[in-house]
Write a protein that binds this ligand. Structure first.
Ligand SMILES: Nc1nc2c(ncn2[C@@H]2O[C@H](COP(=O)(O)OP(=O)(O)O)[C@@H](O)[C@H]2O)c(=O)[nH]1
Ligand SMILES: [Mg+2]
Length: 402
C-alpha cells in the first residue's frame, strides 16, 4: 500500500504565461495562512491577470476558491458567536502536514519554535498547549507543515482530555511525529502514545497485508480469494469473527500477510496508516546510550532520532530531511521549450507518473498530451522522449508536448 495520493500544490493551478507581478502576487497568496488576508490577496491577484481564453479556467478556479474562503470566514464568525471556541481542524499547507503528538512537556512547542516560524509558547507548566498550533518548516525548496497537537494522555482514545479531537488531528495528517522525553521514562512515554493510536486504529506501522470484503445479499457462505495468507488465525477464526458482525455471506480477498486485526479493520473500514517517526527529545539531559537503545527496541521498526529541541544545531534541516524520506516526497520541475526549468517544484509523492503530473497541472495538459521530454535522475539520457506511464523521480525536469 504505497503512498498513492498525490498532494496538489496550490501553485500548480497558475499557468506559466502570467506577468511577473501576477506570479509574485500568487506567491504571496500561497504563503499566507490568514483567511481574510488571503482573500484580499487573491482579489489583487485577479486584478493582475489579463482576461482572455487562456486564463479563463484559472480565473474561474480562483473565484471558486475565493467563494469557499468567504464561506469559511462566515462560518468561523458564526461559530465564534455561538461560543464554540476555536476549531481543532487545521487546513493543510505545504508539501505535507505532520502532527506532533506526545505527552505533556516532552518539548513539542520547543520543537516548533526551533524549526518553524511558529512562536507558540513553551510552557514549563503541564497542559500549556490547549489548541493545535501549526508552523511551517522550510526545507530546501519546499515546506512541511508541523502541527503541535494538544497533549495526549492515557485514555485519549476514549475521549479523555479532548482525546477524540487530538487523535483526529493525527488521523487527518499525512504523517505523525511521536515525541518522547528521553529524561522521563521514554519507553513508557512511547508505549502510552502508541497504545492510544492503536486503540483509535491509526496504524503507525505499514500493514503487510490487505483484506477486501465484498458483502453479498444472498447465500450462506464466506468465500476466500487467496493472494497471501493469514498469519495469526485460521479461516475458521475469520468466519466466526464475521459471524459476530452478522456477516454470513461475503467474498474475502486476502492479499499479503493478514492478521485477524486486519480483518476487523476491513469490516469497519476505519483504520488508516500514517507514516510515523519517533523524535526523542532532551538528549542533552541523557548520558547513557542504553536509554536510546531501549527506546529503539520498543519503537522498532519505526525510526528513532535523538535530538535536543533547545540545543541541536541545524535541527530544521535534519528534521526536514527525515520527513522528506518518511513521506516519500518527489519534486518535479516543469520546463517550457527554450527556457530554463521553473525554479519552483511541483510537489507529489513517490509513484508519480508523467500522466499524473499532467493531470495535476491541468486536465487540458492530460487530454492534449502527445509526449514529454525528460531530464534528470529518471531520464535514461537528456531530453528523453517519454509517455504518460513513465514514473518520475525527485529532481526530474519535464517538458510537455501537446
Ligand atoms: N533540557 C531540555 N529541556 C527542554 C528541551 N526541549 C524542551 N525542554 C523543556 O521542557 C519543557 C516543556 O517544553 P514544551 O516545549 O513546552 O513541551 P510541550 O508540552 O510538549 O509543548 C520546557 O520547560 C522546556 O524548556 C530540550 O531539548 N532540552
Ligand atoms: Mg506545548
Amino acid at each position: 500500500m504505497g503512498h498513492s495520493l498525490i498532494h496538489i500544490w496550490e501553485r500548480s493551478i497558475v499557468p506559466a504565461n502570467l506577468t511577473p507581478e501576477a506570479k509574485a502576487k500568487w506567491n504571496e497568496v500561497t504563503l499566507t495562512r490568514n483567511p481574510d488576508e488571503r482573500l484580499r490577496l487573491m482579489g489583487e491577484f485577479l486584478s493582475l491577470v489579463p482576461k482572455h481564453k487562456g486564463t479563463e479556467r484559472m480565473v474561474a478556479t480562483v473565484k471558486t476558491q475565493m467563494a469557499k474562503l468567504r464561506r469559511e470566514i462566515e462560518e468561523r464568525k458564526k461559530a465564534a458567536k455561538r461560543g464554540r471556541g476555536p476549531s481543532y481542524f487545521i487546513g493543510k499547507a505545504g508539501a505535507a502536514q505532520l502532527v506532533v503528538i506526545g505527552l505533556t512537556n516532552v518539548g513539542r512547542s520547543s520543537l516548533l519554535r526551533a524549526v518553524t516560524n511558529s512562536t507558540v509558547m513553551v510552557g514549563s507548566w503541564p497542559f500549556a498547549t490547549r489548541v493545535p498550533t501549526p508552523g511551517m518548516l522550510p526545507y530546501e525548496d519546499i515546506q512541511f507543515q508541523l502541527v503541535e497537537a494538544p497533549p495526549l494522555v492515557e485514555g485519549s482514545s476514549e475521549g479523555k482530555s479532548d482525546g477524540f479531537q487530538v487523535l483526529s488531528l493525527a488521523r487527518n495528517a499525512d504523517g505523525i511525529i511521536v515525541m518522547v522525553d528521553l529524561s522521563d521514562d521514554p519507553v513508557g512515554n512511547y508505549e502510552t502514545v502508541a497504545k492510544e493510536l492503536e486503540n483509535s486504529r491509526i496504524l503507525i506501522v505499514e500493514p503487510e497485508g490487505d483484506v477486501e470484503i465484498t458483502k453479498r445479499g444472498h447465500g450462506r457462505d464466506i468465500q476466500f480469494i487467496w493472494d497471501g495468507a493469514l498469519v495469526d488465525c485460521t479461516t475458521d477464526d475469520v468466519v466466526s469473527l464475521l459471524r459476530d458482525y452478522k456477516i454470513r455471506s461475503a467474498l474475502l480477498r486476502i492479499t499479503g500477510r493478514v492478521t485477524l486485526d486486519n480483518v476487523e479493520d476491513a469490516i469497519f473500514g476505519n483504520a488508516v496508516y500514517r507514516p510515523t517517526i519517533v523524535v526523542a527529545n532532551k538528549v542533552d539531559l541523557v548520558h547513557s546510550q542504553d536509554v536510546i537503545d531501549a527506546l529503539k527496541r520498543a519503537a522498532d521498526p519505526l525510526e528513532v532520532i535523538a535530538i535536543s529541541a533547545e540545543r541541536t544545531l541545524d535541527l530544521g534541516n535534519m528534521i526536514g530531511a527525515k520527513l522528506f524520506d518518511l513521506i516519500g516526497i518527489v519534486r518535479v520541475y516543469t520546463k517550457q521549450p527554450g527556457k530554463p526549468a521553473s525554479p519552483e517544484p511541483i510537489v507529489a509523492r513517490e509513484g508519480l507518473t508523467v500522466g499524473g503530473l499532467a493531470k495535476m497541472i491541468h486536465s487540458d495538459f492530460y487530454r492534449r498530451f502527445r509526449y514529454a521530454r525528460l531530464w534528470g535522475p529518471s531520464a535514461k539520457f537528456d531530453n528523453e522522449r517519454v509517455g504518460l506511464d513513465r514514473e518520475l523521480a525527485d529532481g526530474d525536469i519535464v517538458q510537455f508536448r501537446a
